[in-house]
Write a protein that binds this ligand. Structure first.
Ligand SMILES: [Zn+2]
Ligand SMILES: [Zn+2]
Length: 596
């Protein structure tokens, strides 16, 4: 008898089947099979073999063996993920299983990266990474510079044996794959290369690569571990960094986290059980762009988006044939309030978000702090709404620079940006510039037209996200020796700006941690956002549970509740014990963005 979990999320229970003699081989844990269920044939995963028959249930046979889906080790990791992010096992297994199940693992003999023969790599970085991988089990955090060559890190780590390399975006994955091949390693891309990963080849891929079966696993490396693309957007909201840490711990291998701006989560993991290292100050500095902070407090907002400094720099850049890239977020723009006398933007004194005016008081939409309508800078009583001329921004820029300006959003055809001299766009334009093909003109000037929208956003990770934008900008212009980055702001001395100018992300982290503790937000606490049509019934079930005292329930607000616990395991235990009602339930544990 074998135990099979049918691919039916609502059932979420394994059933027993007879392993029939017609199957081509013996079944093992992680196999994808087809089994009869209520008169249908459904896909399922073998979750246990050699089990006793269940009494009282008619015996049915496994109808077909499709192939290897995953292995026992990853199956156990999936169970842990279902617990940690309060999801259902079939949903997670669907994400883990390659589209085409593997009939037989590859016969090709695996070869590891050879650090001696790595042409075109950063030798110092290769060596430092190999040293980290040699340190053995634990979470080892490496702070690099924004322009550090991540392929060198991957090659250094992969010299110790089968390695899983997780990267947030596909274009970086391609670059790393070819560097690893250049260093003599045999490489499998995830997804797609499941037959190779099962026979011990090094794996490179996006967040899903963390699930690759790897029987000879020697190390896991997560590159740009701060990037939000490492978390699954829909529930269960599993995170590749957390999975990498847990998987490496279970396998007794090192987990190496790499970033120019390490997340609070990575810092904590490395401090608890591992080590921290930083590339030399000179090398780190070289990767951060030259920042020019343009203080707009004195400017009349009606003069528009473009400061005289920007216009002068942009004209000079165009005269020397360089590309100008302007970033302006139009969607979800907050209406910022500024002091009518000194121009300072009104922000929350407790958490730093921009505040809203409510009668005679100012209220923080993020933490709820209320204070009188007084400027913290000069004591002025009068506030004005900043109305930036966003809608005409492209037309105004064309007039100022006397040449065509290309506008880019996530919906724009990627080709439109290629070769353009002046671009104005959302953050999508920044990410596309990062992937630009060789031969495009260099970006000589990159300007965040309204950086306050990023600095003072009410999203709880706004400060980290703003610094991540500076990291991306530094990459686009090519670090300190490359182009300039202009920040137009009414908050010239913000910790994010300071951290970027001094190439020292620790400055921001030191302020963020106590703030998260005060607000009870991840990773200082664990939070689940609960929404969807079944949310009210689920929350009622939670309130009836015997352990409800261990969590705090907030809301509902706009259809969402927040459930907060001291740590992830308390949240997982309490929330996991609540029975799921019928209907759609969105349960987002420790998400990068909270809906309210
Ligand atoms: Zn606040
Ligand atoms: Zn003032």
């Amino acid at each position: 008898m074998v135990e099979v979990l049918p691919d039916v999320a609502a059932l979420n229970r394994a059933l027993h089947y007879v392993e029939s003699d017609n199957l081509p081989r013996e079944l093992c844990v992680g196999d994808v099979v087809r089994v009869p269920l209520n008169g249908r044939r459904v896909r399922g995963w073998v979750t246990a073999v050699g089990v006793e028959a269940e009494p009282g249930r008619p015996l049915e046979s496994v109808a077909k063996l499709t192939g290897h889906g995953t292995d026992r080790e990853v199956m156990d990791l999936c169970r842990w993920a279902a617990w940690r992010w309060v999801g259902r096992l079939p949903t997670i297994l669907s994400a883990v299983t390659p589209d085409r199940a593997v009939r037989t693992p590859s016969q090709r003999v695996p070869r590891h990266a050879d650090t001696e023969r790595s042409p075109g790599l950063d030798a110092a970085l290769v060596r430092e990474s190999a040293v980290l991988a040699d340190r053995g089990p634990g979470t080892h955090l490496l702070t690099v510079s924004p322009t550090s060559d991540l392929a060198s890190v991957a090659c250094g780590v992969a010299s110790v044996g089968q390695t899983i390399v997780v990267v947030p975006n596909p274009s970086t994955a391609r670059h790393i794959e070819s560097a690893l091949r250049g260093a003599g390693a045999t490489v499998a891309r995830w997804p797609g290369g499941a037959a190779e990963t099962m026979s011990g080849h090094t794996v490179v891929g996006g967040r899903g690569a963390v699930w690759a079966p790897a029987p000879h696993l020697a190390a896991i490396v997560v590159l740009d571990e701060h990037d939000e693309a490492l978390q699954n957007e829909s529930s269960p909201t599993w995170h590749a960094r957390e999975l990498a840490i847990e998987r490496a711990r279970r396998c007794g291998v090192p987990c190496i986290l790499v970033s120019p701006m390490p997340s609070l989560e990575a810092r904590r993991a490395a401090e608890t059980r591992g080590s921290r290292s930083v590339v030399s100050t000179a090398r780190r500095r070289a990767g951060w762009a030259r920042l020019v902070v343009v203080d707009r407090r004195e400017d009349d907002p009606r003069t528009g988006m473009f400061s005289p400094r920007f216009v002068a720099d942009a004209r000079r850049a165009r005269e020397s044939g360089e590309t100008v890239l302007c970033i302006l977020n139009r969607v979800g723009r907050a209406r910022l309030l500024a002091c009518a006398r000194c121009g300072t933007v009104a922000e929350c004194e407790a958490c730093g978000a921009s505040v809203r005016s409510d009668g005679d008081v100012l209220e923080c939409p993020r933490c709820g702090t209320v204070r009188p309508k007084v400027c913290l800078e000069c004591g002025g009583f009068s506030m004005k709404v900043l109305r930036m001329g966003v809608t005409k921004a492209r037309d105004d820029l064309q007039t100022l620079l006397r040449e065509p300006v290309v506008e880019v959003t996530s919906a724009t055809d990627p080709g439109a940006q290629r070769g353009a001299g002046v671009v104005i766009g959302t953050v999508a334009a920044l990410h596309r510039a990062l992937e630009r093909s060789a031969g495009d003109p260099e970006v000589g000037l990159l300007c965040f037209l309204d950086f306050d929208q990023e600095l003072l956003a009410t999203r709880y990770r706004a400060s980290e996200e703003a610094l991540a934008l500076v990291v991306a900008a530094s990459r686009v212009v090519g670090g300190r020796s490359g182009g300039r980055v202009l920040l137009q702001t009414r908050r010239p001395a913000h910790p994010v700006t300071e951290a970027a100018q001094r190439a020292d992300p620790d400055l921001l982290a030191a302020l963020e941690w106590p703030r998260r503790e005060m607000l009870g937000l991840p990773p200082a606490a664990s939070v689940a956002a609960v929404g969807g049509e079944a949310a009210a019934a689920w929350i009622a079930g939670l309130r009836d549970s015997t352990r409800v005292d261990e969590v705090e329930v907030l809301g509902p607000k706009d259809g969402w509740w927040l459930v907060r616990a001291e740590d992830p395991s308390t949240l997982a235990e309490v929330a996991g014990a609540v029975e799921r009602p019928r209907g759609r339930l969105r349960l987002r544990v420790d998400p990068m963005n909270l809906p309210v």
